[in-house]
Design a protein. Structure first.
Length: 188
């Protein structure tokens, strides 16, 4: 299989589904992006992993990572291998004691775990051809460097989000996450 390495570009509100998010993946340097619609819990998990944030208590994907580490199971790679009827299908390529096992996974869970295991995320040309969209880099909104009086910075919002998660105030964290995602530099 011809594997294409993907990187996580970011998260944004889904234009097509209310209350959902779009996880944006891309081949490095490519203008073709792979948008995957995911739920808010998965978006939160991916965002926290991308920021290397660890709460006081583990979320589900953190628990899975802790479990795998305890039993010496490693996820070697993630492959988003199919796109059928609007759904992405993924595989976790796991290794334990030199033996490889393939496990079916939702793409959002696979990406959340790939970030925690620091393993590569792959796809293939067929998935890119079926689900990829062209986004010119000039279409990506840049943050305005000038700050208006009384305006909160992205860094301040991120600090507040980290504090809310640390205190397990997930309602406030969700509001802050939404504010961060709506921030001009986070729009795609």
């Amino acid at each position: 299989m011809n594997k294409i390495v993907l990187e996580v570009i970011g998260l944004t509100f889904s234009q097509s589904q209310n209350g959902a998010y779009a996880l944006l993946l891309s081949e490095k340097g490519s203008k073709i992006k792979l948008p995957i619609i995911i739920g808010s819990a998965e978006a939160q998990s991916i965002a926290l992993a991308a920021e290397n944030h660890r709460g006081r208590r583990p979320l589900t994907h953190d628990l899975f990572k802790n479990f795998a580490d305890t039993y010496l199971i490693n996820i070697r790679e993630v492959i988003i291998d199919r796109f059928k009827d609007g759904v992405f299908y993924s595989q976790l390529i796991c290794e334990k004691d030199g033996e490889t096992t393939v496990i079916d996974a939702r793409a959002s869970d696979a990406v959340a775990l790939a970030l925690r295991f620091k393993c590569p995320i792959y796809t293939n040309p067929l998935v890119i051809a079926d689900a990829g969209i062209f986004i010119d880099d000039t279409d990506i909104v840049e943050a305005n460097d000038e700050k208006k009086e009384g305006e909160v910075t992205l860094e301040q919002l991120q600090e507040q989000l980290n504090e809310a998660v640390e205190n397990e105030d997930f309602e406030r964290a969700a509001i802050l996450r939404d504010s961060i995602n709506a921030f001009p530099s986070n729009k795609f």
